[in-house]
Design a protein around this ligand. Structure first.
Ligand code: ZN
Length: 438
């Protein structure tokens, strides 16, 4: 049967995947990732134990649209000592202590000068903030505000042993072929150091989804990418845009999927793509109290995927959205903030979105303009409403929405018709060769 109404009998609360995902997050947590560098490579190497990622390197200086791949940054150590040799800050204890992309420094500075290079959050006195400076060469340290307030007048020895040089930007890619060349995109970013919801949760849920997809029959081809945020998605798009525009039918930017708070949804700019409709359908059914954001609240790679001229059908289904939770971009976004059940819930929702796309086909009209139903015996023999047979209006409505975007449940909702009636209309049109499975 070409259309299988999808139901998911097992809502059994198992969290085998959740525990496995949390375990993987624990393993990856302390690696110092950035938009380039060995932390990204090390992370991809670990993910390759689970899924056969291809690792790509894009050299520094290469232009990607209006941007340029930056120099590669690596760091060995960083610390601050007071004049008695006491350690004030040590990067070895938490890699958030150093501003990402800090240049090397080895100097003695008075407190006043040191303060110019310190970052803290007075509203969260025990949190170390996450700060980066990718595109301006400088150095800095991040510190809990309470510790900062305890600093005494003194001369401090500051040392950062880092390297900023021409190298490359690294990303991972896995293409899982399906029966169709049409694709579903799963994209997650891989550039944050020790924080869990943003963005380790995205890495581990995407890995788990890839693992599941590898073991399941696939109608669609899956393009699964692990990229640095913004510059990585721009680099990836600049290399793959034609194929992506031609083939992608739905996409998910996977981020902030690990905590136990409410689910949330951020639409594509279009707001009415297949990915949008599927995400909304699954969330309304499974988690009706989800938070619905506007595209104006965007802040991740949908900024690139949905920009003019690119216009891919990409949405985000999240738990606590980036920028909205107090732990965001601080050391409080840690392995306790994400949980096996939080990860499991997100995995289940995204898996169900993919299953919907796999099982609920969309259709495409063969002819431009309305086809002539009469000469195919469809018009005269069809009864009007209330009689046996298919409603002519329903046939015409299906044809009007057969642009490769709408599946049977979506059409039934728009037409205010039953799914079985729409299914019958689709069957007739398929038989008459007037629509094709898209
Ligand atoms: Zn972030």
């Amino acid at each position: 049967m070409f259309y299988k109404r999808f139901c998911r009998p097992q809502i059994i609360m198992k969290s085998i995947e959740g525990k496995r995902m949390h375990g993987l997050a624990e393993r990856l947590f302390n690696i110092c990732r950035s938009i380039t560098g060995n932390g990204v490579r090390q992370t991809l190497d670990i993910l390759r134990e689970f899924i056969p990622l291809t690792v790509h390197e894009v050299p520094s200086g290469i232009r990607v649209f209006d941007w340029e791949i930056p120099k590669e940054w690596n760091i060995k150590s960083a610390w601050i000592l007071d004049s008695k040799g006491n350690t004030i800050i040590d990067f070895a204890n938490n890699n958030l202590h150093v501003v990402g992309y800090s240049t090397s420094v080895d100097t003695q500075v008075p407190l006043l000068e040191l303060q110019e290079h310190l970052y803290s959050i007075p509203e969260h006195p025990d949190a170390i903030p996450y700060v980066t400076s990718y595109y301006k060469e400088q150095w800095g340290f991040c510190i809990a505000d309470r510790a900062r307030k305890n600093l005494k007048e003194d001369t401090y020895h500051v040392n950062i042993n880092s390297e900023l040089k021409n190298g490359s930007l690294t990303y991972g890619e896995l293409i899982l072929p399906g029966k169709s060349e049409k694709e579903v995109l799963l994209s997650t970013y891989i550039c944050h150091p020790s924080m869990a919801n943003d963005n380790l949760s995205g890495l581990v849920v995407t890995t788990e989804l890839a693992n599941w997809l590898m073991s399941t029959p696939r109608r669609y081809t899956y393009r699964i990418i692990f990229i640095p945020e913004t510059i990585g998605s721009l680099a990836y798009l600049s290399r793959n845009l034609d194929a992506m525009k031609k083939n992608i039918v739905a996409g998910f930017n996977i981020t902030c999927v690990g905590d136990d708070r409410e689910y949330s949804y951020l639409p594509s700019r279009n707001g009415n793509t297949r990915a949008d409709r599927v995400a909304l359908r699954v969330l309304k059914k499974r988690h009706p109290s989800f938070v619905r954001h506007s595209f104006l609240d965007r802040g991740s790679d949908e900024r690139q995927y949905c920009s003019p001229g690119i216009d891919l059908p990409v949405v985000s289904v999240m738990r606590s959205k980036y920028g909205t939770y107090p732990e965001y971009h601080t050391s409080l976004d840690n392995l306790q903030f994400i949980t096996p059940s939080g990860l499991q819930g997100s995995f289940d929702v995204l898996k169900e979105c993919i299953e919907w796309i796999e099982h609920n086909h969309a259709y495409r009209a063969v002819y431009l303009g309305e086809p002539q139903l009469g000469k195919r015996g469809l018009y005269p023999v069809i009864s009007r409403r209330g009689n046996i047979g298919i409603d002519i209006e329903l046939l015409q409505n299906v044809l009007a929405y057969a642009n490769g975007e709408y599946d049977i449940p979506a059409m039934a909702e728009i037409f205010n018709a039953s799914e079985s009636d729409v299914e019958k209309a689709v069957e007739s049109l398929l038989k008459a060769g007037l629509v094709i499975d898209s």
